[in-house]
Design a protein around this ligand. Sequence first.
Ligand SMILES: [Zn+2]
Length: 278
Amino acid sequence: MKIHVLHCGSIRVSETVPFGGKIDLRSSGRQLLTPAEKRITLPVCVYLVEHPKGLLLVDTGWCREISPDGVYDEKAVKRVLPGYLAAFYRPSLPAGMAVHEQLADMGVRPEDLEYVILSHLDPDHTAGLRHVCRARRILLPEDEYFWSCRAVYKVRQPQKLWIEYPMERRFYRGSPLGPNHWVIDLFGDGSVQLVNVPGHTDGQAATLLRGRDRFVILAADAAFSPRNWQEGITPGFGFDRWRQQKSLIWLREMAEDPRCAAILCSHDPAVRPQTIEI
Ligand SMILES: [Zn+2]
């Protein structure tokens, strides 16, 4: 299996997002008001996986419409996101970095993708769905879809970015694996397992890819950097801190497994575009 790490744009956020700990209304407000010069720039990772059963894309990054000229464009962002999310993320997407642009460079058409897997429904993971919606299947954990009706997710996850696309929704099933013991085994052979890592959202999935004798975990936003699980620092933008901690403990255990080739977080600046083979 080959895992290609792509950077599909960036976010410019308060540093309380990766390492903020407790979130309440006041701290959410502070994140929106943090001036641009005090923010940090984090990548938005998307993964193309060459699996024996087909090409898998995990998450989709930002869409070209937020950055028509490849630079930060507040007006364009506000055409895609409501004002408070535009202020929270301050996203940009350099020319050639949108998911379909990078796939085209690699000779991959959206219809060549066996699956687009959405780890969760936050807009930095779903905005690019419009560019790859001709994939054979779009997969979302049922639990992520189900809880999107909650008020907290309605404000976080603009439905217009994903609701109209036909999705295959699968329930997690009981498993010894994961902090919540819930897993979707994509092909039924253990090679691609979506592991429920709740806390950031209820239904969020990390993707565990198992090669012959090594594995890689695409941790989505369960952590923003290895520092989160190494030092037990909860990221600051979640709905349930206790569940976030449980997910971090699981990631720490998996990181200590000698078969672990890498655990990649969606917004870790240390995760450069690269190809990992397992
Ligand atoms: Zn994210």
